[in-house]
Every structure is written in C-alpha cells, then in structure tokens.
Design a protein around this ligand. Sequence first.
Ligand code: UGA
Length: 426
Amino acid sequence: MKISIVGTGYVGLCTGVGLAVKGHNVTCVDIDKEKVEKINTGKSPIYEPGLGENLARVLKEGRFRATGDIKGAITNSDVTFISVGTPSREDGSIDLKYIKQASRNIGNVLREKQGWHVVVVKSTVIPGTTEGVVKKNLEEASGKKAGKDFGLCMNPEFLREGKALEGFLNPDRVVIGELDKKSGDPVAGLYEGFRAPVMRTGIKTAEMIKYASNALLATKISFINEIGNICKKLGIDTYDVAKGMGMDKRISPQFLQSGLGWGGSCFLKDVAAIVAKGKELGCMAGLLESVIKVNEEQPGVLLKLAEGKAGSVQGKTIAVLGLAFKPDSDDIRESRSIPLIKALRKKGANIVVYDPKAMENMKVFFPDIEYAGSAKEAVGKAEIVLIATGWEEFKDPELYGNKIVIDGRNIFKDGKKLDNYEGLCW
Ligand code: UGA
C-alpha cells in the first residue's frame, strides 16, 4: 500500500521505516529541509537501535523516501498518518497547533485528490480530538465530508524508546479506532503481516486506550515506589516483594521496578493531560494526581538517604551517574536526574555528573555543573555517588571502591556487593 506520513519525529520515522520494512511504500513529509535531506542520505536524525540500518535498507530498495512536498506525498498515497507533536501547555492540557496545521494541509490536498483516501491520527491526542478538531479541519480545508469522501481513523502508537522499531514490528496489539468500516479496512490491511491481535473500535476509545495504558504504566511505577519507600523503612527488599506480586498473572512483573521514578517525554505529558481533561469534565482524577506527586517526590527520598548516610551535602562533591531518562537513550526529557541535580544545587553541593550519551543534552539545562569524561573520573572526584540511570557500564563494582553509593536504579541486583552501599527501596 502507498502511505504518506506527516511529521518525521520519533513516532513518524519509526512508523514509516517499520511499514516500509513490512513491504509498504512510504513517503515521510517534514517541513525541516535539513532533516529531510539527512533521512534521504540514510542517516537517522534520532538514535534508535536498528533504525539506521533499516532506514538505509528501505531507501536502497526504493520503498521509502522523505520529502518537503506534502502535496505530492498525499496525492501519491492511499493512507496518510498524522504523527506531529502534541506538546504540553502550562495547565497540563495538550497544544493542538501542529495537529490543526497538519489537518488543514492534508485537507487542502484532499480537495483536489480523486479516490478513497484515509487519514489516520497516530499522535497521542485526548479523546474527542480526532472526531472534533482533526475532522473539522480536514472537512473545512477539503470541502469534503469524512466517511463519505474520505476515511478517518485513530491508530495509537505504543512504542518505547530504545526498542521502538522492534516494538513497532512486534507489537503486543494493534488498536484501530475507525469512523466506519470503510475507513478502518485499509488501515487493518496495513497490519495484515503482523503477528499481533488487531482491535478495531471507535475513534474515541482508541484515543483513550493510549492514555489509559500510559497512565496505568506510570501508576504501576509510582505504586511500587510508594510501597518501596515503606519497604525500605521495614528492611524489606521491594524487588523481592515485586517478584512475589508479579507471579500473579493479574499483576505481572512488568513495570514494577522501583527506584528514582519515571521520566521520558510521554508519561508526565499524558497523565497530566488526562487529569486536565478530567477536571474540565468535572471528574476528579485524584489517583493520577498522586501518581505524579509520588514521582516528583522520589528524587527527594534518594537525597534524604544520602544525607542520612553522610550528613549534610552542603560543600560536598556529589557525583550523579546517569542523566538520560533511561539507559540506552540520550533523551533527558523529564529525566529524574534533573530534579535531583536541582535539589543538590539548592542544598549547596558541588555536582559532578557523567552519562555515556546524554551529557551534551544536559549541558543546555545545567551549563554550570561539572561534566566528567568518564564514570571513573566522576566517582574519583566525589564523596557520595548517586546512581540515577541504570547504564550497563555503571554496574562494575570496581568503579566505586569504598565511596558512599546510593543506588536509585537497583543496578547491583545480581548479587554484586559494594562496601558502602544503600539502595533506594531495597
Ligand atoms: C512509554 C511507554 O512504555 C510506551 O508504551 C509508550 O508508547 C511511550 O511511553 C509513549 O507514549 O510514547 P518510554 O517513555 O519510551 O515508553 O519509556 P519506558 O520504557 O516506558 O520507561 C519510562 C520511564 O519509566 C523510564 O524513566 C524508566 O526508567 C521508568 N521505569 C520503567 C521505572 O522506573 N520502572 C519500571 O518498572 C519501568
């Protein structure tokens, strides 16, 4: 099938390359000329395992290209995905300016285009957005009617950074929210070669499945962190508790790793957006508000442990190992190392940090802290070491000597012992 994708961010590019790998013909559209050129030379603008190689392969095989020409891309395709960003506003609600713009641009092309064309929203949008904002803008710009002249679907993406392409190609499930059967059929056709259950449902339901999934994952982590803080006081290893709980199929062991909390571009944005929408509708979302609160407090819990072990941090040199929001990523968005560094600064500590991939990104936020050339150098300079991201290279016990180590990610769970070690929730 011929597919166009508007927006070549994380989701757009992985979806495009993934669908091309599955044999479809994909054109990705972006207004950023440099990005388009880079993609067309086979260089992925983001780091993601397998993406670069597969991008180069599908380009060479002629099933994938990037362009700035939205008209050509849409005219020569049957299905168009919208995968532009939906940034957060101050109050937690999402900003739909890129969604509106993309819908209008697509609508303008559909005005002239003959034949059945389906528009699919892949961006994460609050329930009601596709059938409200997207449909309205498409209809106004095209002068045509959704359901009669063109199709409309919402197909949420559940991929995880660091496993994005693999996750796209081997999903647990595919959810297709469809305006009607004629809209959903071509989209379901795209996923025929996938070994995953396909759920076809209403558009609003599909939109909510995405939010509810992320909200539950964030809830599981905040839950185990709250239990973990209590366990710590009781001298119990939360990981043993999570193991025992996870054997219950209804609970599952996934996303029960306690520690410094969740970061990344989606969890906070999505949980805050659903809380804001709930409030707008007069529904309290106290549970989800607490999920955010627990997450915000977790870096402070780590700091208290450090102070309990070493006294005041004022004037002391503290090493923060790990700046990325999770290992194998250079993404620092909502990384728990950010509030940790802020709190250390407030308390007058000297801070030295190290991360194998994310230091350049963090320098924009904190230009005035010390960036070490290696984990060894950071540890060597510090009196206390705080582990904020579970990078593989931090798992070497030799690195730490007899330094005080407070571990926020349980990286020594396979039995390695350190002299002066304290776990956050274990
Ligand atoms: C998350 C979801 O897992 C994806 O399904 C979803 O598609 C994506 O958001 C999105 O909406 O775009 P991602 O942000 O890439 O994916 O990262 P995760 O692997 O879910 O990790 C999120 C954070 O939770 C990380 O900071 C990680 O360290 C933390 N985490 C994860 C824990 O603290 N404990 C756990 O047990 C699991």
